[in-house]
Design a binder for this molecule. Sequence first.
Ligand code: APR
Ligand code: PHB
Length: 395
Amino acid sequence: MTAARHTTVGIIGAGPAGLLLARLLHQAGIDCLVLEHRDRAYVEQRQRAGILEQGTVDVLRACGAGERMDREGLVHDGIELRYDRRAHRLDFPALTGGRRVTVYAQTEVVKDLIALQLASGPSLLFGAQAVAVEGADTSRPRIRYRHAGRERTLTCDYVIGCDGFHGVTRSAVPEGERRTYERSYPYSWLGVLAEVPPSSDELIYAHSERGFALFSMRTPTVSRLYLQVPNGTDPADWPDDRIWEELEARAALDTPWKPARGPLTAKSVLPMRSAVTEPMRYGRILLAGDAAHIVPPTGAKGLNLAVADVTVLARALTHLHHTGSTELLDAYSDTCLRRVWRAEHFSYFMTTTLHTDAHQTPFETRLQLSQLDRIATSPHAAAELAENYTGLPLE
Ligand code: APR
Ligand code: PHB
């Protein structure tokens, strides 16, 4: 049996993209409904990156989701690069005319947005799995979804696919109307949480012939650490001691340096991939966030891109709501893709400059070291990295 319901904007997925879009539309007085396949606990526990660009912080604050972020987020003025047993710090405000980043985990952003939405709307249905999006080229697209054991239909003026890289919305665009550009990488990340204060005040990105390592953090008492590992690695092959020894070896300096050790929790392996689907709109279906593009995590651009997409989209739908003009909506895909490709390049650059592939030649390793040395010695090269890392301003 099918029960039909209508909303102006039907949003599939309650990750950061779907939740923030719903919040922005709600504030603009536009009716919307979010369908999320998983339950609340699952969505709130998924471990993801945690670096917020200034533009992301500004948007979260402006929509009322910034209170805990402002209290608990850690403002960072730089990062450290390690290579060839040397350390080099990049001073972001000095290199970018004042920009910095905030360390605040994506899981916390998601918790804050869910709490806000459940308290004051719009509607958010957990356990609602979209199975198909139909009628993209009509004025009444439909989402067919399963909820509480029943199949239902939601008719919409617009359907927004915020359903991540494995979502269903992208496939509602006919194959001949979309193109996906992608690249895979011959390595993954082993990510762990450690119950120990971070060993450094800022993030450390370490290049070494043993592979890449990243020292990040969640709070002043919890570290987030990553090691480059071969694809297909089983976390069970990495007992705690082996992880600590490898982190220490990859970040070693000529002067003595040892990260403080603590109990490890939440070990997992993350594959790395770059992909962009173009265009991000087909008729009345629009894609945002990971549904349209993914980046390897080096540089932490995924969440920031999702926030940029939905900010542009909310502005376009609000403009349509007030003026009846689709001008901004028509420009949505092109507007977003410029930023998306910049972030794709940056993420690719950070990944391929800092990781050492088992098959790379000594020549390629020397090129990586030369590039890192260039960043350490040229303010221009350093500023290029810092501008991309802290994020281009939202237009
Ligand atoms: N029906 C309903 N919900 C769905 C469906 C479906 N068929 N398919 C997927 N979803 C939900 C997922 O359960 C998930 O909660 O869509 C949501 C997508 O959320 P994210 O994967 O977090 O994607 P997005 O909101 O675009 O956020 C991008 O997340 O993957 C990271 O690094 C990425 O930080 C970036 C951010
Ligand atoms: C993280 O803290 O999870 C993180 C930080 C920086 C990155 C990637 C991930 O580049």
